[in-house]
Design a protein around this ligand. Sequence first.
Ligand code: SF4
Length: 213
Amino acid sequence: MKSLNISEIFYSLQGETTFAGLPCIFVRLAGCNLRCSYCDTKYAYKTEYTKTIPELIKEIEKYLPAKLVTITGGEPLIQSNVYELIDKFLEKNYKILLETNGSLPLDDIPEQVYKIMDIKTPGSGMSDEMLWDNLSLLDSKDEIKFVIKDKKDFNWSVKKIEKFKLEKMKVLFSPAYKYLDIKELASWILEAHKNLRLQVQLQKYIWGDRKGV
Ligand code: SF4
């Protein structure tokens, strides 16, 4: 029976994206193909336990009537069985947010899934890993996230937004946790006069630097 390597499963408030503040079930899959300099989920590199897909469905049904689920990581797309999990969630009418690091192809993601795709900046050390063709697979409900470490990252990101005409999309700018002051990022966004959304990691403001929230 197909199974998945899990880091953690929990019920909390979605802390990021335009869904921020909504109660949500999180399925954090284990493992990542990247190693970003500012990664705050290094614990997800390691598998804590495995679950078959029926076991996983049963686990998240504990949180009914919650029907919003975030599949995250690590990088969820490195496990090929994630596609079957997505299909099962859709059959059960879950609204799915898929958080992905942008380095793996999105061609096989069903259109009902809300894709939240990172664009890795130079400050992450992983910008050469980006699969730029993914941008053509995003639609108006999807979201693009830049984690900004410094002014150089900010300027680089604005150039990418112009080059790929991303302003019509939902574009999120987050300060890299423990690297950039949010006030500084806020002032850069205002100075740039761009249609960007400043994003805080709400869960860190509520619960601090903890797992499972
Ligand atoms: S893609 Fe995400 S989980 Fe992977 S190293 Fe980067 S920040 Fe960490």
